[in-house]
Design a protein around this ligand. Structure first.
Ligand code: PGA
Length: 250
């Protein structure tokens, strides 16, 4: 059985005070959530604070990115070993904002995946198509390319301990959610693609949906056979909304 998973990606938001308030509310409201795993992703600088606030709780935390390098002259980067030192359980890799704004290539994303995995940090690999790619009928081609880059660099077995997040780029932060059917189709495609290399991995890996998930659409999305939870942006900054989404996964 795949345990439902809800991950809150705070992106470039937060302050010491905001994070304290948000996490206190999430800790308090999540006491009744026993069946879904919850994780939060703060900017790097606040990971220590997040770790302290979450100590002793079952809520996990991680980073929004990780360097593809170990150490050295890479100004501004944060390595997997550093994240490990702060006990990050997960690291998001290949978020569409990293790919689009910072030009991360499929190969770079695959290296980041490998770096995290080598240190025992579970990567959350984001894949997803642009609007024009969907409209030109290339959704599966794009998702397969992004997925295959990681499978060929890291090996299919590395996928099992990781998490995949399907995030159609046109649905991120736009208020336009993929319909549950549209999302399910791509999730099923991802599983089918993985099963070509390894059936067990395809069956066991958790695949999250991301892109304007809100309390009012989470239940229907999470009810789809191949959707195991969500990667939540905007709604994860509001404790009540985030908790309602966690309840939907529970
Ligand atoms: P959103 O972001 O929920 O604000 O659309 C999702 C994401 O980028 O992970």
């Amino acid at each position: 059985m795949r345990q439902p998973f809800v991950a809150g990606n705070w992106k470039l938001n937060g302050s010491k005070q905001l994070i304290k308030n948000l996490l206190e509310a999430i800790l308090d409201g999540s006491k009744t959530i026993k069946n879904a795993e919850i994780a939060v992703f703060s900017p790097f600088l606040y990971i220590q604070q997040v770790a302290e606030l979450l100590e002793g709780s079952s809520i996990a935390y991680g980073s929004q990115n990780v360097s593809e390098y170990n150490a050295g002259a890479y100004t501004g980067e944060v390595s997997a070993a550093m994240l490990k030192e702060f006990s990050c359980k997960y690291a998001i890799v290949g978020h569409s904002e990293r790919r689009a704004i910072y030009g991360e290539s499929d190969q770079q994303v695959a290296q980041k995946f490998i770096m995290a995995q080598h240190l025992g940090i579970r990567p959350i690999l984001c894949v997803g198509e642009l609007l024009e790619e969907r409209e030109s009928g290339n959704t599966e081609k794009v998702v397969a390319r992004q997925l295959d880059a990681v499978i060929s660099a890291a090996g299919i077995n590395a996928i099992e301990a990781a998490v995949i997040a399907y995030e159609p780029v046109w649905a991120i932060g736009t208020g336009k959610t993929a319909t549950p059917q549209q999302a399910q189709e791509v999730h099923a495609f991802i599983r089918e693609r993985l099963s070509r290399s390894n059936d067990a991995v395809a069956t066991n890996v958790r695949i999250l949906y991301g892109g304007s998930v809100k309390p009012n659409n989470a239940t229907e999305l999470f009810a789809q056979t191949d959707i195991d939870g969500g990667l939540i942006g905007g709604a994860s900054l509001d404790a009540a909304d985030f908790l309602a989404i966690c309840q939907a996964a529970n």
